[in-house]
Design a protein around this ligand. Structure first.
Ligand code: ADP
Ligand code: MG
Length: 290
């Protein structure tokens, strides 16, 4: 494409809230064979809410929520915000010695009792018996909920089910990309069952679940090794290395600064459908206007 065509293309993009940082991004966008979407905050709104609580026997909902909230007070994870929103301002107990366990959950202490909060992997690693509520967890995850397991003093005290609504345009985005001959993948740290359910709902071709934050970039590399030209769309700090690794990284405008710095294209309206617009614009610029 001529410099003039590139200027017109990036200018048209900017007017529509699609910021190409350089000509290479516009050119590479024409070649994408797969687009990988982060789940939380990209395909979903990233504003999760607690939708159900399942206390273990002998435990009240108040005890379950109170324990979780005392710990989540120290976390900045979106799931923590959902728990705190549900708990309200009055949290009876105070936690200490908080540590974040990347991609799995958190650990803290209330008095001399250890509290663990997070996914099944974390509970299994800590040898917490999950059998009492395993069927409930499966039911919730099968319904697309993210399940936060809460253990205290070595015992599972309950499950907190969290839902995050998909963005209104996510499904149409995926259908349109597929119509244009582009495969669609979803990548998430969330568990397999929840991810598969949401993937089905949205018509995703490839679901990559249980991916630790440090592994997202290597999943992109694997797709590239298979011969794919990979687009990656994300919003989080944990998406940054994957956005850099991708042939074209797209950042959700409402996401973190780190994501926007790592991406070559910024979607100012935070609308995943603008990925379709970006690809169409790049194709029009490079194929028709030279
Ligand atoms: P995502 O890729 O969906 O943003 P993360 O990698 O941040 O997910 O987290 C993966 C999983 O780890 C979550 O789905 C959740 O089960 C668990 N987890 C992480 N942090 C927390 C937390 N603060 N409270 C509860 N669960 C957590
Ligand atoms: Mg995210």
């Amino acid at each position: 494409a001529t410099p003039m065509a590139i200027m017109v293309g990036t200018g048209l993009g900017a007017m529509n809230g699609i910021l190409f940082k350089n000509a290479a991004a516009l050119e590479n966008a024409t070649k994408l064979t797969v687009v990988v979407f982060d789940k939380t905050g990209t395909l979903t709104l990233g504003q999760p809410d607690v939708v159900e609580m399942v206390p273990a026997s002998g435990v009240t909902e108040t005890q379950l929520l109170g324990t979780a909230a005392a710990v989540e007070k120290f976390s900045e994870h979106p799931l923590a915000l959902a728990v705190l929103k549900r708990a309200g301002p009055d949290i009876a107990e105070t936690a200490s010695a908080f540590t974040n366990i990347d991609g799995q959950g958190a650990r803290a202490q209330i008095g001399d009792e250890v509290v663990l909060l997070g996914n099944r992997k974390l509970m299994e690693a800590e040898r917490i018996d999950l059998s009492e509520l395993a069927a409930e967890a499966a039911r919730l995850q099968g319904g697309g909920r993210t399940v936060v397991h809460v253990a205290r003093a070595g015992r599972l005290i309950g499950l907190i089910a969290i839902a995050d609504a998909v963005r209104p345009t996510s499904k149409a985005t995926i259908a349109k990309l597929q119509e244009r001959g582009v495969k669609v993948a979803m990548i998430t740290g969330d568990n397999q069952a929840t991810a598969i359910r949401i993937g089905k709902e949205l018509g995703i071709d490839i679901v990559l679940a249980d991916v630790l934050p440090g592994q997202k970039a290597s999943k992109i590399k694997e797709l590239q090794a298979q011969g794919h030209k990979v687009g990656m769309v994300g919003d989080g700090i944990n998406d940054a290395p994957a956005l850099t690794q991708a042939d074209v990284g797209f950042a959700i405008g409402a996401g973190t600064d780190v994501a926007m710095e790592s991406a070559q294209v910024v979607l100012m309206k935070s609308d995943p459908f603008d990925v379709v617009g970006a690809i169409e614009l790049s194709r029009a610029t490079l194929h028709k206007m030279h």
